[in-house]
Design a protein around this ligand. Structure first.
Ligand SMILES: [Zn+2]
Length: 273
């Protein structure tokens, strides 16, 4: 399923895979002045190709290398033979998407991307009429970038900003890197925010700041409970913690791969960055 809508000079292309006729999760690509930002998931790549054939295409940028943002790369590159620009860390995944090690549910929802060839993105990407600054925004993934057009006040954030209160983070997400990326983004003079889900927001600074605060608070709570000796399971499950009705985010990404001490030392610096 694919929906196309114009927002100023930007064409928003929102895609979802259906299960039993109902759209499951949404992802979005944005076309502006011949530049395509992200390419949706593999299952909607043929529909995306039909839309792009009407619009024309000069260049693709991937905000990051997850399957719901690079899914149309291969078919579009084959059809148009153009450059795909991405963070250097994303390039090995573009050429060999099996490196994503997708769980079954992700393969079912989005499909498995085919191989494409990317080139390292520089600090600026220009089109005929616009100039996009490339901002490194790791956290959701290590290879995540956002695009900012200062004269228009447009900000394309991929999944660096996700609205609402998270119920789960992927195990390899870095919550403190997400917070510092959000702070970097909230300092820009953005008039319009184009999210990777297809939501478009006007005057988004406050929403971005609030999200950073929410994650900081969440991190503090998790660390407090961790300091009291609770296990990740006890931290996650409110029925194991008397006095609260709220389930906390799975603490895995906070307490996970690195030792607690290491993250603990590092987090103060990262939060105030
Ligand atoms: Zn993502």
């Amino acid at each position: 399923m694919i929906e196309v809508e114009r927002v100023e000079e930007v064409i928003k292309i929102r895609m979802a895979n259906r299960l039993f006729g109902r759209p499951l999760y949404y992802t979005a690509a944005y076309w502006v002045d011949g530049l395509l930002i992200d390419t949706g998931c593999p299952r909607t790549s043929q529909e995306l190709l039909s839309v792009i054939e009407e619009l024309g295409l000069e260049r693709i940028v991937n905000t990051h290398s997850l399957e719901d943002h690079i899914g149309g790369n291969a078919i579009l590159q084959e059809g148009f033979g153009m450059d795909i620009l991405a963070h250097p860390l994303a390039l090995p995944i573009l050429s060999d998407p099996k490196r994503l090690h997708l769980q079954l549910y992700r393969r079912l929802i989005w499909g498995s991307p085919a191989s494409s060839q990317g080139s390292p993105i520089g600090e600026v990407v220009t089109t005929g009429h616009y100039s996009f600054e490339i901002i490194y925004t790791p956290g959701h993934s290590e290879d995540h970038i956002s695009l900012y057009e200062p004269r228009q006040g447009w900000l394309f954030t991929g999944d660096a900003y996700i609205g609402g209160l998270d119920k789960a983070l992927q195990a390899d997400s870095d919550i403190y890197a997400i917070i510092s990326s959000l702070k970097r983004l909230s300092a820009l003079s953005t008039k319009r925010l184009f999210q990777g889900s297809g939501t478009v927001r006007d005057d988004p600074q406050e929403a971005i700041e609030k999200k950073a605060e929410y994650l900081e608070d969440l991190g503090e709570k998790v660390w407090q409970l961790h300091g009291q000796g609770l296990s990740p399971k006890e931290i996650r499950d409110p029925s194991l913690r008397p006095g609260t009705a709220h389930s906390l985010l799975d603490p895995g990404p906070l307490l996970g791969a690195q030792s607690g001490a290491l993250i603990s030392q590092d987090r103060g610096r990262r939060i105030v960055e």
